[in-house]
Design a binder for this molecule. Structure first.
Ligand code: 3PY
Ligand code: MG
Length: 253
C-alpha cells in the first residue's frame, strides 16, 4: 500500500524519524513494524545518495517519506526521483509556499517537476507507468511549524494538492519565543487550532512526539499520523536504561 492509500484509510499511522545515514537503521525499523519512516534530510547528515540507500533497505509494507531540507524544487525532485512515496516540506507559512511545494512535486500539467530517469522509474524500466501515476500516488505533506503558518492556515489548507499537514512543535515553539517548550499553553493552543482546522477540512494531520507517553492523547484528538522518537533517541534512551540499572545495582552492593 502506498503512504497516500494508508493516509486515506481510517487507521492511524505510526512512523519514526531516521536521522542517520545507515541503511541498517531503515531496514531494522521497517522490520520492527513502523507504518512509515520519516527520512530526515532537513537536519543531520543524510545526503541524497544516503537517502537512496536508506530507501533500498526498507522491508515489509513500510513507506519512505522524505523531509527535504527546504521548500526547493531541486531537492524535491531529487527526493522523488530516488523513490520517496511522499514528501514532508518544512516551514510552509503561506498559500504561495504551499502552491510552490505542490508544483515542485507534481509533473506537468499540474506542476513543474522535471522528468528524469532514476530509481523511482525502475531506472527506466517502469518509466511510462511511473510518470502516469506519480501525480496521484505521491503524498505532499506540508509542515505547519511557525506562527505565521498558523495565522495563514485557512488559505494554506485551501491549496489543491496538499495531502496532509505535519505539525512541527519544536519550530512552532521557537517562532512563539518559547523555544523547546512545546508544552507551553500558547504553543499547545496553536497546535490545537491547526488540528481543529485540518479535522474540519478532513485533511490528515500528523505530529512529531519525542516520546510514547502522549500517543493515546494524540490519537484521541484526531491526529492521523505520528512520528514518534528518532533513531538516535532509541539508542540513547536504551543505553540510558542500562546505565541506570547498572548504577542502581552497583549502589546496592
Ligand atoms: C519540529 O518540531 O519543528 C519538527 O519539525 C518535528 O519534526
Ligand atoms: Mg521543524
Amino acid at each position: 500500500m502506498t503512504f497516500l492509500e494508508k493516509l486515506s484509510s481510517n487507521r492511524p499511522l505510526l512512523g519514526t524519524i531516521v536521522s542517520l545515514p545507515y541503511p541498517e537503521l531503515s531496514e531494522l525499523l521497517s522490520m520492527a513494524g513502523f507504518d512509515w519512516l520519516f527520512i530526515d534530510m532537513e537536519h543531520g547528515p543524510i545526503s541524497i545518495k544516503d537517502a537512496q540507500r536508506l530507501l533500498q533497505a526498507i522491508k515489509n509494507d513500510c513507506n519512505a517519506i522524505i523531509r527535504v531540507a527546504e521548500n526547493n524544487p531541486i531537492l524535491i525532485k531529487q527526493a522523488l526521483d530516488i523513490g520517496a512515496q511522499g514528501l514532508i516540506i518544512p516551514l510552509v507559512n503561506s498559500a504561495d509556499e504551499a502552491r510552490r511545494a505542490v508544483a515542485s512535486a507534481k509533473y506537468p500539467p499540474i506542476g513543474k517537476r522535471s522528468v528524469g530517469i532514476a530509481r523511482a522509474h525502475g531506472y527506466g524500466s517502469q518509466f511510462a507507468d511511473y510518470i502516469q501515476k506519480a501525480n496521484e500516488t505521491i503524498a505532499v505533506i506540508i509542515q505547519i511549524e511557525h506562527e505565521e503558518g498558523v495565522r495563514n492556515l485557512d488559505e494554506i489548507l485551501a491549496v489543491d494538492g496538499v495531502d496532509g499537514v505535519f505539525i512541527g512543535p519544536y519550530d512552532l515553539s521557537g517562532s512563539m519565543n518559547k523555544l523547546g517548550d512545546v508544552a507551553d499553553p500558547a504553543v499547545q493552543d496553536a497546535i490545537r487550532a491547526v488540528k481543529a482546522a485540518c479535522l474540519q477540512k478532513e485533511i490528515p494531520v500528523g505530529l512529531f512526539l519525542q516520546q510514547a507517553d502522549r500517543i493515546e492523547a494524540e490519537l484521541a484528538s484526531g491526529t492521523r499520523f505520528l512520528a514518534v522518537g528518532t533513531d538516535t533517541f532509541f539508542v540513547w534512551s536504551g543505553a540510558q536504561k542500562i546505565i541506570d540499572a547498572f548504577n542502581a545495582a552497583s549502589q546496592v552492593r
